[in-house]
Design a protein around this ligand. Structure first.
Ligand code: CA2
Length: 151
């Protein structure tokens, strides 16, 4: 298997995900964002990926993080949280990123309110994972490794 030259992956998380593990565990699970960060960095090491995790409660903050990724990252894994359903700005920023983009939702958004069924980000995402809990980040990293190795 050919190894990618750039192995840096940015995992971006939108509003309120800093409270993961602290509220509504029945929907979002018990793991905190710090747990997900530690798990992702460790798995990244096994997969040959250099993983960094970011979170912002602000739409512009996420746009800035996508712009920063343009310069350094080979791929983006993003859970835009509520901005998934509203943000053309995040969609436009992702469209300016050249590498693979994987959209992750912890909950099964299609089983929830209808306003969660539409995603602007899905218009750019190369893959979408929803309803696998925080394990979705693990699945996304495995798929990202495959996409970069196949490129
Ligand atoms: O299922 C997902 O991952 C979502 O992106 C989560 C968003 C929601 O607006 C999307 O429709 C689906 C909400 C994130 C809220 O984060 C919380 C974290 C801890 C406790 C409560 C909410």
């Amino acid at each position: 298997m050919k190894r990618p030259e750039n192995t840096r992956i940015h995992i971006l998380n939108g509003p309120n995900l800093n409270l993961l593990g602290k509220r509504e565990p029945e929907i979002y699970g018990a793991r905190t964002l710090a747990d997900i960060e530690a798990d992702s960095i460790a798995l990244g090491r096994d997969l040959g990926l250099d993983v960094a995790l970011f979170q912002s409660n602000h739409e512009g903050g996420i746009v800035d993080q996508i712009h920063d990724a343009r310069d350094v990252a080979a791929g983006i894994i993003i859970n835009p949280a509520a901005y998934t359903h509203t943000s053309i700005a995040i969609l436009d920023a992702l469209s300016m990123f050249d590498g693979p983009v994987i959209e992750v939702h912890i909950s099964q958004v299609h089983k929830r309110e209808t306003f969660r069924h539409h995603s602007y980000v899905s218009l750019r995402a190369d893959a979408v994972i929803a309803g696998c809990g925080t394990h979705g980040y693990t699945l996304a990293l495995h798929h990202m490794a495959q996409l970069l190795n196949d490129a």
